[in-house]
Design a binder for this molecule. Sequence first.
Ligand code: B1M
Length: 236
Amino acid sequence: MADEADDLDLSTLDDDELVQQMHEDLYDGLADEILEGVNILLERKWEPYRVLTEALVEGMRIVGIDFRDGILFVPEVLLAANAMKGGMVVLRPLLAETGAPKQGSMVIGTVKGDIHDIGKNLVGMMLEGAGFDIFNIGINNDADAFLEALDEHKPDFLGMSALLTTTMPYMKVVIDTMKERGIRDDYTVLVGGAPLNEAFADSVGADAYCRDAAVAVETAKALVIERRKASSAAAG
Ligand code: B1M
């Protein structure tokens, strides 16, 4: 497939064909082609968010199905992830450039034992675009790393990501450690990741579960408004 893709002039494809081709190129881990496809769609006046969701996230969903079914393996999925990240580098400043008024700040990271970071980075990018300052502390964070980042940046929100059923319980360890140190109520805790749901978020003591990056933005904005109302009511 790589050879065919080498010969193909992506700019000759119509939008649907191009997006379809990008799903195939992502599957094949072709970073240069993904970059080119992203740039072509942007030149065709696609909104950055549409490029992200329809071309990249959808492509990665397809990769995920074949990974689950044992058709793709870790090295191939890593190549796909790297190709996706290359596209995200182009989209990031565009998503962040909305001129949205400052809303608040978030420390965000993936929990201990988990190295998945695409979704977490995407959430960070979308929140930046919505006016949040983001302190992205990366992957494989233990409770001390999260708490150190909270102490350093004093954000409004803590965001935690987990993609594995084996790592998601670690969110409770982080929240319990915050309780032990008497700082739980200083932050609003949002959690997300493919295997999570609302009930899980409740069970670990998070303030909200965010299904995807768009929901993370809506949730964080709504909670900022709620918090402002509560503090102006308290001030009388
Ligand atoms: Co992994 N992996 N992986 N993997 N991988 C999954 C998660 C899996 C579902 C694949 C499958 O079987 N179908 C499966 C988990 C099964 C389970 O536990 N239920 C799995 C597995 C098993 C593994 C390994 C154990 C494989 C192995 O080694 N045998 C291994 C574990 C490594 C580790 O972490 N210790 C592993 C490794 C890898 C790669 C390194 C190859 C690569 C990661 C590269 C990287 O991230 N830099 C990888 C990838 C790419 C995937 C899939 C294919 C794609 C994940 C992704 O990036 N999705 C994934 C299959 C899938 O999810 N369909 C899979 C795109 C992204 C935009 O979506 O991350 O869901 P997502 O993020 C969304 C929402 O979930 C939400 O918003 C995001 C944007 O809309 N969200 C948040 C996420 N975090 C949030 C935080 C928030 C709010 C919302 O905070 C406020």
